[in-house]
Design a protein around this ligand. Structure first.
Ligand SMILES: *[C@@H]1O[C@H](CO)[C@@H](O)[C@H](O)[C@H]1NC(C)=O
Ligand SMILES: *[C@@H]1O[C@H](CO)[C@@H](O)[C@H](O)[C@H]1NC(C)=O
Ligand SMILES: *[C@@H]1O[C@H](CO)[C@@H](O)[C@H](O)[C@H]1NC(C)=O
Ligand SMILES: *[C@@H]1O[C@H](CO)[C@@H](O)[C@H](O)[C@H]1NC(C)=O
Ligand SMILES: *[C@@H]1O[C@H](CO)[C@@H](O)[C@H](O)[C@H]1NC(C)=O
Ligand SMILES: *[C@@H]1O[C@H](CO)[C@@H](O)[C@H](O)[C@H]1NC(C)=O
Ligand SMILES: *[C@@H]1O[C@H](CO)[C@@H](O)[C@H](O)[C@H]1NC(C)=O
Ligand SMILES: *[C@@H]1O[C@H](CO)[C@@H](O)[C@H](O)[C@H]1NC(C)=O
Ligand SMILES: *[C@@H]1O[C@H](CO)[C@@H](O)[C@H](O)[C@H]1NC(C)=O
Length: 338
């Protein structure tokens, strides 16, 4: 009796729980998905496409910068205060700004966690851009304001630090925040200087790639910083599908559904896969365990990828080779062998 119970408990603990994976057939039709995201009907979708334009009237009072200090304290300044840059205390070396996406804010948990992960490898200048009053608006309005948010933040950066120091700046932007990062880079590039690095975490696809295909000047693009790397995790839904950086990493082929995200309802699965990009990037900080295999074509298989070499992927990137790379990771965004 006792023995049977032990076996039973053993079986319960060690039995593989069935993992439900979403098949491509159960994913929503992208047009219907966009109608829901934009809150329009299929008949009025054309109007969205025809009338969408980037706005240029963002109030700097709606953007702030939060500095996350090593001692756990944080300082928030508004971009509209004349002396706001003087309240930020920078040490020499790398300066990281994390930029959130739609309906998020500069104090969401992924940003706080990522700041800590950077501090753990000795990066002490960890800050966030908070454009939450704008990001809380509907998707179309928030997307239309990304260009101006990037412009205002870029000009503020020129007040914060001199152009020689821009190479030490690393912007890490998620979703719409990836395009804000791109617009920031473009503004600074116009001054003749440029920022060091932009990491785009599943850059937003809707209104930037589909159903409208923006030119490189209107989205994150490979020349926005000295190094531009992206992590595609929900391609074709909330995320950008085709390459938009110098190094484009397709984590688990870019999804669109990531491991651990499949056994829930379809909209949650899409959001979960989009969020996977920042969980992934945070895990790569200081790690050389994440490897990417270079691929020639944007195919859904690994077969055409170069098996001869793999480069380190993520924060600790090896940027000697450009192109698109496939990366494998599990449901905890821990690395898998390739
Ligand atoms: C998606 O759905 C719309 C309307 O429901 C339809 O017009 C369109 O052809 C569908 N697209 C695909 C690729 O199935
Ligand atoms: C969606 O649009 C309708 C009008 O077309 C509006 O009444 C409704 O509040 C909107 N919903 C959201 C969540 O914005
Ligand atoms: C900010 O600038 C305005 C106009 O340039 C000036 O009137 C105001 O005194 C300044 N405020 C501070 C706190 O420096
Ligand atoms: C995050 O900031 C918002 C305002 O931007 C505030 O309402 C909220 O309480 C903050 N949350 C945390 C955890 O600090
Ligand atoms: C920032 O600091 C304030 C106290 O000054 C604290 O209440 C808040 O939780 C901190 N926010 C974060 C995201 O750590
Ligand atoms: C931006 O700030 C102004 C004034 O602070 C406010 O009236 C406006 O509603 C804000 N806009 C957005 C999109 O939050
Ligand atoms: C930069 O600083 C100057 C004065 O030092 C100020 O007039 C200007 O408004 C600031 N620009 C930004 C974008 O903060
Ligand atoms: C800046 O802009 C020029 C012209 O478009 C481009 O050639 C250059 O690569 C850009 N980026 C950097 C990082 O200088
Ligand atoms: C970076 O990758 C190249 C091959 O693509 C390799 O030759 C080089 O040793 C790598 N550098 C480091 C530091 O891993």
């Amino acid at each position: 009796m006792k023995f049977t119970l032990v076996i039973l408990i053993f079986l319960i603990i060690h039995s593989e729980l069935p993992t439900v994976t979403l098949s491509l057939e159960s994913l929503p039709n992208v047009t219907n998905f966009l109608c829901d995201l934009f809150n329009v009907t299929i008949d009025t979708m054309d109007d969205v496409v025809k009338t969408f334009s980037f706005q240029s009237n963002v109030n700097a009072a709606n953007i702030s910068v939060i500095q996350y200090k090593e001692n756990g304290e944080n300082v928030t300044v508004s971009l509209s205060d004349n002396d706001s840059t003087s309240l930020i205390e920078l040490k020499s070396g790398k300066i990281v700004f994390m930029i959130h996406g739609w309906r998020a804010a500069g104090n969401v948990s992924w940003i706080v966690d990522m700041a800590k992960a950077f501090q753990n490898i000795g990066v002490t200048n960890t800050l966030a851009v908070d454009w939450s009053p704008i990001a809380q608006e509907n998707y179309i309005a928030a997307a239309a304001d990304t260009k101006d948010v990037g412009r205002l933040f870029g000009n503020w950066l020129l007040n914060l630090t001199d152009t020689n120091n821009l190479k030490n700046i690393h912007l890490v932007g998620h979703s719409l925040g990836a395009h804000v990062s791109g617009f920031t880079g473009k503004i600074l590039n116009e001054t003749g200087a440029s920022i060091g690095r932009i990491s785009g975490l599943d850059p937003a696809g809707p209104l930037f790639e589909f159903p409208i295909e923006q030119s490189e000047s209107n989205r994150l693009s490979p020349t926005d910083a000295k190094l531009v790397d992206t992590y595609h995790t929900n391609k074709g839904f909330l995320g950008f599908r085709t390459p938009c950086a110098q190094q484009d990493f397709y984590v688990n082929n870019g999804g669109p559904i990531q491991p651990g995200c499949g056994n829930i309802n379809v909209i949650t699965a899409i959001t979960c896969s989009h969020e996977y990009s920042h969980i992934f990037f945070t895990k790569t900080i200081g790690s050389d365990n994440y490897l990417g295999k270079k691929c020639k074509y944007l195919l859904d298989t690994w077969l055409t990828c170069n098996n001869n070499g793999a480069i380190i992927v993520g924060e600790n990137i090896n940027d000697t080779e450009h192109g698109q790379f496939y990366v494998k990771a599990d449901e905890n965004a821990d690395p898998l062998a390739i």
